[in-house]
Design a binder for this molecule. Structure first.
Ligand code: ADP
Ligand code: MG
Length: 325
């Protein structure tokens, strides 16, 4: 059995609503996994069950060979060894950064507490802010304080439930990269749940894609990108253009080659949007049922004009259950 072993979890809140269906995952000590799925796919339910805060219908969770008891089996629900962090971090508004981080260590030896708080302040790059109040910090720094507080009692497992949703992209990228190094340094086992595949891939290479409470695909980012199992998985990763007169065949915007001379497939440019790396074209392609998304890296094509598109045959994705469209 792995360090964190999630075995055949089933959960439904009402008769027809399956939040989790036979969910199993084996996680080694110190590993970081991302669980990625659209809203309502069962991610938060899973984390609450792993944390011992929700009663599952079936299945078991073990950490270090100890069975996690659910609120029906344990008087005080939850475990100090398993810390769950949300988007809303609920810091103590009138306590300083250092006090917030040290709060769970109230009953610990004073010297240990000071040392642990200082270590976390250093790791999280918050030492200069130790005496500030939460409202004097940026959103990303506040989230770091919340994570520091969760890490203060040296938990075995950290569960992150969409912790970056309220942050802007620039703060988010920097924070995720920073946290990844800290988690590795502390050898803490982490489950990150998110609907954002970019966040997941910035944090870890281990992806578990879930839909309607079931695992659709597990693997490295490369495996999932190169061979997405179905339309749902592929659509989490990138835009998809549906090939005309083909069933369940798609091409990614990045795999299209643009030409200004006749040949291949013809499209009329409905819109051109200036983005940092390219112009993003919306194209009405002959025979296609929906507009295509096309990346114009040369910025050579104008709104209202014509573009011809080609692609390598091996870039076509055959994606079953395209019905999810
Ligand atoms: P996610 O975190 O991926 O958005 P959730 O685990 O919150 O998904 O929800 C999974 C499903 O269970 C959804 O259909 C949601 O409506 C339902 N659900 C979640 N919590 C409850 C609850 N306390 N009571 C009833 N239904 C719930
Ligand atoms: Mg959720």
């Amino acid at each position: 059995m792995s360090f964190l072993s999630i075995q055949h979890i089933y959960k439904k809140y009402d008769k027809d609503n399956h939040a989790l269906v036979d969910f199993s995952l084996e996680v080694e000590k110190g590993e970081i996994w991302s669980i990625v799925g659209e809203s309502g796919s069962g991610k938060s339910t899973l984390l609450r069950i792993v944390a011992g805060l929700e009663i599952q219908d079936e299945g078991r969770v073990y950490i270090n060979n100890h069975k996690i008891l659910n609120p029906g089996e344990k008087l005080v629900p939850g475990y100090e060894e398993i810390q769950l962090i949300h988007q809303q971090h609920n810091l103590y508004p009138h306590s300083t950064v250092a006090e917030n981080i040290g709060r769970p260590l109230l009953l610990f030896d004073k010297a240990y507490k000071e040392e642990r708080v200082q270590l976390l302040l250093d790791l999280l790059n918050l030492t200069a802010h130790r005496d500030k109040l939460p409202r004097e910090l940026s959103g990303g720094q506040q989230q770091k304080v919340a994570i520091g507080r969760a890490l203060s009692i040296e938990p075995e497992v950290l569960l992150l439930d969409e912790p970056f949703s309220s942050l802007d992209n620039i703060q988010k990228r920097a924070l995720i990269r920073e946290l990844k190094l800290i988690f590795q340094e502390l050898n803490v086992t982490v489950l990150l749940v998110t609907h954002d595949i970019d966040d997941a891939m910035t944090m870890t290479d281990k992806l578990c894609i879930i839909k309607s409470g079931e695992i659709v695909q597990m693997g490295s980012a490369q495996e999932v990108y190169e061979a997405p199992k179905d339309y749902y998985v592929a659509k989490l990763l990138t835009e998809l253009n549906s090939l005309p007169y083909r069933q369940h065949e798609y091409i990614r915007p990045v795999d299209l080659v643009l030409h200004n001379a006749a040949g291949c497939i013809k499209g009329r440019i409905i819109n051109s949007q200036y983005l940092i790396d390219h112009n993003l074209l919306t194209v009405a392609v002959d025979g296609a049922s929906a507009y295509w998304t096309v990346e114009d890296r040369s910025r050579a094509f104008n709104q209202g004009g014509t573009v011809w598109l080609s692609w390598a045959a091996d870039k076509v994705l055959q994606l079953p259950s395209g019905t999810a469209e």
